[in-house]
Design a protein around this ligand. Structure first.
Ligand code: RTP
Ligand code: MG
Length: 140
């Protein structure tokens, strides 16, 4: 399996609870390496653009409000088959359905305030990385 990259967001529920280090440790312990990182407060336009694929979903307005409710930490993660590895350590979207030991099972508050985002394909990872980082900001 090749070393690849994925995109991660540590969501506002985690920055509010001051557990970004704990989340990052769980990512690192799973075999992922942080090769780019910054903390920012998403604008409404940034959050709407990022989640445009969900624009027609009933939870879209709530999701945008949540994602702009506090700072986030955006990261590029590198590792063996990084997209799948990250999704595995994140756990299911709804923490009630997530496996024990996953970030969402251990730390998420709800299906919305679920602590982390992770790209769902290599194609989307590349799009999402480019949404937040210039090539020279990613240092492997
Ligand atoms: P993500 O995109 O954040 O990595 O999460 P995901 O793939 O597991 O879930 P997705 O279906 O892409 O949904 C994006 C985010 O929207 C919120 N959500 N709320 N209220 C609801 O029913 C609901 N469903 C999804 C979550 O924050 C989810 O991560
Ligand atoms: Mg998703």
């Amino acid at each position: 399996m090749a070393v690849t990259r994925t995109f991660s967001i540590i969501k506002p529920d985690a920055t509010r609870r001051n557990i970004t280090g704990k989340v990052t440790t769980m990512l690192e312990d799973a075999g992922l390496r942080v090769v780019a990182c910054k903390r920012l407060h998403l604008t409404k336009a940034q959050a709407e653009g990022f989640y445009a694929v969900h624009a027609e979903r009933p939870f879209f307005a709530d999701l945008v409000a949540f994602m702009t409710s506090g700072p986030v930490v955006v990261q590029v993660l590198e590792g063996e088959d990084a997209v799948a590895l990250n999704r595995k350590v994140m756990g299911a979207t709804n923490p009630d359905n997530a496996d024990a030991g996953t970030i969402r099972k251990e730390l998420a508050e709800s299906i919305e305030a679920n602590t982390v985002h992770g790209s769902d394909s290599e194609e989307n990872a590349a799009i999402e990385i480019a949404y937040f980082f210039k090539p020279e900001e990613v240092v492997g």
